[in-house]
Design a protein around this ligand. Sequence first.
Ligand code: NAD
Length: 331
Amino acid sequence: RKLGIALVGLGSYSKNQLAPALQQTKHCRLAGIVTGTPAKAEEWMQKYNIPKANVYEYKTFDRIADNKDIDVIYVVLPNSMHAEFVIRAAQAGKHVICEKPMAITEKDCQSMIDACKKANKQLAIGYRLHYEPFTKEVMRLGQEKVFGQVKFIESSDAFRIGDPTQWRMKKSMAGGGPLMDVGIYAVQGARYVTGEEPVSVTAQFSPKTEPQKFKDVEETLFWQFRFPSGAVSNSTTSYTAGVERLYASCEKGWFELSPAFGYGPLKGRTSKGPIEQPVVNHQAMHMDGVCKDLLDGKTLPGHITGEEGKRDVRLLQAIYRAAETGKTISL
Ligand code: NAD
């Protein structure tokens, strides 16, 4: 049996990545949609053969509780809306997948975890890279110390943003700027290469080169983590120009992914030569991985759950605090 997934929010990620990926999945299928735009509902019903009974508006979404076709609700809305919809999904008695960043405050993350626990439903975050072969390989190289102890890491994710009026540029909806959006990948990268949790952070905002455009959120931000083993990481995130790289320098060599965080194909090499791994559809792997575990009645692996999402949101908040105060923040 395939689990039925309902996508909440039919924006760019749902339209261009998740819905196409759901045409390739083995353990789940696109069964329903939740949207505020009637024209999109029509278009999706036709394109993906979705029955009218499985189409909801944000207001009436709670009726999804009675719909046996829907097993999993996937929240793909602006960051500030994740908490409300995850909690409503859990209350409707469905498993939930929520996009990154999990929420814009740690408190919201906790409420989401609590709601899922209370409903006895599982909560996964859209951490697609945890199922991606190049990423799994650099986790192994770092965590198993294949090139010896990791000494320092450069982990950066940034791009030049288009439309300045979009929700990503509004702190109230996004929770911040590029750090919340793509910097979270750089945080994850440093954490999964070391397999450790940072003990302290320092951070710096760059001066704004386009102050009008970046009225509400940071333009470019740098931060540094220190890990218990002594490993350190240095990261950049930005909405003004691009970088996408995860590099680890170790006692006896180095390895890197570049590109490291996008939809792929990712590319990697080490001091001994290229990293060879199969190229996969990240979103299909992630949704299949989650749904296979749900079908088998297993507890989801810790590194993709709400607890992990909350850990990252806590770190993102600490990075902002470090940049605002200029102080080293202990974690
Ligand atoms: P988007 O702007 O393209 O889509 C957002 C959707 O939310 C739209 O359909 C919009 O109509 C709807 N919406 C409902 N209420 C809204 C409101 N008040 N204001 C604005 N939009 C509203 O965004 P997206 O790129 O699809 O991102 C959605 C989520 O997915 C974000 O949390 C983002 O971080 C995440 N995302 C994750 C990845 C990944 O690789 N895991 C990639 C892209 C986006």
